[in-house]
Design a protein around this ligand. Sequence first.
Ligand SMILES: Nc1ncnc2c1ncn2[C@@H]1O[C@H](COP(=O)(O)OP(=O)(O)OP(=O)(O)O)[C@@H](O)[C@H]1O
Ligand SMILES: [Mg+2]
Length: 461
Amino acid sequence: MEDHGIVTLDPQGRVASWTAEAGRIGGWSAAEIVGRPFSVFYPPDDVAAGKPGRELAIAAERGRFADEGWRVRKDGSRFWAEVEITALFDGQQRLLGFGKVTRDMTKRRDAEEALRLSEERFRLLVHSVQDYGIFMLDPGGRISSWNAGAERIKGWTADEAIGQHFSMFYPPEDVAAGKPDWELEVAAEQGRLEDEGWRVRKDGSRFWANVVITALFDDRHRLQGFGKVTRDMTERRNAEQALRERRRLVGHLVDAQEVERRRIAWDVHDESIQSMVAVGMRLQLLASRLPEPHASAVAGLDESVQAAIGRLRGLVSRLRPPELDRHGLVEAVSGYVDEVAGRWGLEHSVHDELTAEPSPEAAITVYRICQEALSNVHKHARATRVDVRMSTVDNGTLVRITDDGVGTASDDAGAGHFGLVEMHERAEAAHGWLSVTSTPGQGTVVEFWLPMLPDLTGLEP
Ligand SMILES: Nc1ncnc2c1ncn2[C@@H]1O[C@H](COP(=O)(O)OP(=O)(O)OP(=O)(O)O)[C@@H](O)[C@H]1O
Ligand SMILES: [Mg+2]
């Protein structure tokens, strides 16, 4: 027995024999200790109180005495010991002496103390956590512990809550539907249940809660109760709703803007341009009938009109890219990039890796974002080339516009700069994302992704 010191005592309590292990625990050698009263193992106050003698008397009377307490080593240091004294009798029931087994429990006691302290600290931690309501339920659903977070979130104090049934946190309709009991059943069956829904505070107000119920079993798998962690998600929910609402509004605005642009494009195309074409034809006719120098003057007027028609056609195609309807996204973007990059003297390329054509709404968004990104390259980048790459990724359209310019794009350029903000908003309104990465001296990458179908997850039921 490794840490058991075994000693025999004579009937008067003097040490009769002594094992090496006892020596290791107490620090005595056999020569030093044999013959001395065993009370030297006890702290002075125990000796003064007559404890050693009393223990022997009990052992002699009952055959056995067990104790746990402080004992002393030869050097005076104390250790926590488990002691068992057994009386030894001969065949005629005469007391021969005692066997004494001493076990040094200091390590175990330290470990137990450390465990107790750590459990205490853990309990304090749980108790004082503010952001999470953490409490325990007995197997029947009655509250058996309550922390500061639970009080903060739900409004009941520990005194008010402990002993109550946890169904008091649920709205009446949930209680009527048996939801609280059902949740415990599921948790007991599956070990854990997570739920998100309305809960009720002490003052009757409701909050949106995320709740996790964990079943607690002992080592023989008997249900001991439940741990419940509740988080108040009201703010998060409000923020999410606000974001959804904002996207919806931006989506509406973007749609309205497209409709309006299309209308203007049609008006300009069908009316202004047609009338000017008619004016041009008249001027040409007139010029052919007039003598010089009037003929040249009128021909000059006609040139101005033709130039204005050209500009108006450009305006129409920017307002409502006609290729988008007729030839699809890639044609439209390529046409646009060829035209503007050519005009601005930029090398350029458009890579088409699309395996699916985006919806008309997504196509318009892609086109508009490309327009703004290219106009930024022209206005700010001082680049020599620009590349556009379109691909089908994750059930959506991924577009990357790369320039080799100064790389100074910034999302917070301040008042009066709407381009990047609008690009972000368009992408988000289409339930996608957009990122702008600028590396000074190396250029800018605008990348965005739009889903094929608007993502309906997370929308209100
Ligand atoms: N490709 C780019 N290369 C370098 N700088 C850029 C690039 N794109 C944008 N920037 C910088 O980021 C700023 C913000 O761009 P944004 O498009 O938001 O505004 P803007 O072009 O200045 O004005 P607006 O687009 O409203 O006419 C620009 O002023 C410019 O300094
Ligand atoms: Mg811009």
